[in-house]
Design a protein around this ligand. Structure first.
Ligand SMILES: [Zn+2]
Length: 379
């Protein structure tokens, strides 16, 4: 017998609530209908690493330390990816489970997630680069830039739940490549989500005793304008030391690393008002916050964001463009996230008798909050 109810977590990357319109995922919504379901807020900036860390630690970025996909390293003067477990300032629930003597597995589409969340797990596999023990059993994984990679991943989850009943905690993180590629209602979207939904049903059937939890890291919207803020500010007599899209990661094909939140580092503190005013004058820049304002409003670690924070409107993103080009119109099919307009995400929980909510979750990082006290060394 298990001391704890088993747990299945579906972190469905980029699952904007609009993707559920028209009943695309009847199993998932049915599970929520039996338990807890709602639309909640994601963590800002609405990028994957900040939210994946938030969901798996059940904590704010001020607590877990991950404020985006990248950060500016003043020592090198360059951006570094914020995707290593050593950047976490709090243990994940996977780590809490194994520290308490349980078994926890991380299944993810992306290699970067193993580096960020895979520390001290019993098992951590990225479909992008699975070991031969996985490809021998499940066949080769589809390309990282595909919808099918998510189906492969959930196929592994179903098998692990059926064959390893002593696995206490299973965290499955899919890729949002299909959401970047296709809008809600597109036939390719529907094919992706319908199969994903069937596989979630198979996973729950394979572990009927398990508590089931699901949410997303951010929504997704069409975008039509990108600014390179370093160039745009320099061209307006407001040069800055560094400007960084909080979304910048290694997966350029998804979104060319453009996102709706930018951090800006100043040359001198005295530049602040000039730079802030110039930023505010750019089309599509909706809000400019000082470091402390942004840290307090979004529960961020102030040491890991810029001196200023720019938030785009619904249609505008930030990133790096070729020298000599400060902005660009984006193609009609371009979709991305990172702004306050991708904050709404669905949340579902069912069969979670051992992990009841003491209050209705308001954020995706509350999904696993009931588990925080459940795993202790003494249990
Ligand atoms: Zn994401």
């Amino acid at each position: 017998m298990h001391a704890h109810q088993r747990v299945i977590v579906a972190m469905i990357d980029g699952l904007d609530p609009a993707y559920l319109d028209g009943g695309t995922m009847p199993v998932l919504t049915g599970l929520g209908a039996q338990g807890t379901s709602g639309i909640v807020d994601a963590i800002s900036p609405t990028v994957t690493n900040a939210n994946n860390a938030g969901i798996s630690c059940a904590a704010w970025p001020a607590e877990h330390g991950i404020t985006g996909n990248s950060y500016f390293n003043p020592a090198t003067g360059e951006a570094d990816y914020m995707e290593d477990w050593t950047h976490l300032t709090q243990p994940t629930l996977l780590e809490r489970v194994t520290t308490a003597g349980g078994k926890a597995a991380l299944l993810t589409a992306k290699k970067k997630t193993v580096r960020l969340l895979g520390n001290r797990t019993t098992l951590a596999v990225a479909a992008e680069e699975p070991g031969s023990e996985f490809t021998d059993r499940y066949g080769p994984a589809p390309d990282i830039y595909s919808a099918e990679i998510n189906h492969w991943l959930w196929g592994v989850a179903v098998d692990l739940l059926a064959t390893q009943p002593d696995l206490d905690f299973l965290y499955v993180h899919t890729t949002d490549y299909p959401m970047h590629a296709w809008p809600p209602g597109d036939p390719r979207t529907i094919a992706h989500l319908r199969r994903l939904d069937e596989l979630i049903g198979e996973a729950v059937a394979a572990a009927p005793d398990a508590a089931f939890f699901a949410t997303a890291d951010h929504g997704m919207n069409g975008k039509n304008l990108v600014h390179d803020l370093s160039q745009a500010l320099a061209n307006r007599h407001a040069p800055v030391r560094f400007a960084l899209s909080a979304e910048k990661d290694r997966y350029v094909k998804h979104h060319r690393t453009f996102g709706g939140t930018a951090w800006i580092w100043l040359h001198h503190p005295a530049d602040e008002s000039n730079v802030a005013q110039t930023l505010s004058s750019l089309p599509g820049v909706e809000t400019v916050l000082r470091r402390e304002e942004a840290a307090s409003r979004f529960h961020l670690n102030p040491d890991r964001i810029g001196d200023l924070v720019a938030l785009g409107d619904r249609d505008t993103v930030f990133g790096e463009l070729p020298t000599g080009r400060e902005s660009e119109q984006l193609p009609q099919e371009y979709r991305s996230h990172g702004s306050l307009y991708e904050q709404k995400v669905p949340l579902f929980a069912s069969n979670n008798a051992d992990y009841p909510y003491t209050r209705q979750p308001s954020h995706n990082k509350d999904l696993l909050a009931p588990l925080l006290g459940a795993w202790t060394i003494d249990s």
